[in-house]
Design a protein around this ligand. Structure first.
Ligand code: PEP
Length: 250
């Protein structure tokens, strides 16, 4: 059976003390979670402290991004090895906000994936089309291109340590959600694509998450789809009760 995952991308939200408070609330409420692995991705400033607080708890830790360079003169960047040292075990890569605002290409994301894997961070790699691409029914073409580019030279051994997140950009932070059928259709397409590259066993085992205005009121019907293995959650991950309810939606 595939790992069911609910990962919370906090983005650039919460003060330091609000973040600590949210983590403590999540710890308190996370005992109720039976069928999902819970991951949080707070801003970097919280990574080390979060790692200490969640030690031996039901929650794991991700970075929201990392550099495509191992080290050096890259002001403002954080390396995969630094994130690992700070206590993260996962890293979100290729988020649409990184692609749109920081001009990240599939080639750059591929470099980040390789460095993350070398540093024993499991990448959660994001793909998804923008609104006009969906309107022109180009979502399959776009997602296939992103997957091909991001997974260039990634070995069958390494793909086992990668999680994929399908996030239609038109659904992120907009309140619009993909319908369960739209999500299932493209998740199945992604799984077939992985099958064509890496074979059936790997495709059957890889977790594919949905992201885009996922909330307690729609998580159940999204997660009920056979190829949706959980969610990458933005806004709703900032409220402990909502995030836990989503994690209990399998
Ligand atoms: C995201 O940013 O990955 C995301 C899914 O955001 P939201 O849940 O707020 O749409």
């Amino acid at each position: 059976m595939r790992t069911q995952i609910v990962a919370g991308n906090w983005k650039m939200n919460n003060t330091y003390s609000e973040g600590i408070d949210l983590i403590n609330q999540l710890i308190e409420k996370s005992d109720s979670i039976k069928d999902a692995q819970l991951i949080i991705a707070p801003p970097y400033i919280l990574t080390s402290e979060a790692a200490k607080i969640i030690k031996n708890k039901n929650i794991d830790l991700a970075g929201q991004n990392c550099s495509n360079h191992p080290d050096g003169a890259y002001t403002g960047e954080i390396s995969a090895s630094m994130l690992k040292y700070a206590g993260a075990n996962y890293v979100i890569l290729g988020h649409s906000e990184r692609r749109a605002y920081y001009h990240e290409t599939d080639q750059i994301i591929n470099e980040k994936i390789k460095l993350s894997l070398e540093n024993e961070l499991m990448p959660i790699i994001c793909c998804g089309e923008v609104l006009n691409e969906r309107e022109e029914n180009k979502q399959f073409e776009i997602v296939a291109k992103q997957i091909n580019g991001m997974l260039k030279e990634i070995s069958p051994e390494d793909i086992k340590n990668i999680i994929i997140a399908y996030e239609p950009v038109w659904a992120i932070g907009t309140g619009k959600t993909a319908t369960p059928d739209q999500a299932q259709e493209i998740h199945l397409f992604i799984r077939e694509k992985i099958k064509n590259i890496y074979g059936t066993e790997i495709a059957n085992n890889i977790s594919i998450l949905y992201g885009g205005s996922c909330k307690p009121s729609n998580a159940k019907e999204l997660f009920a789809n056979p190829d949706v293995d959980g969610g990458l959650i933005g806004g709703a991950s900032l409220k402990a009760d909502d995030f836990i309810e989503i994690a209990n939606s399998f």
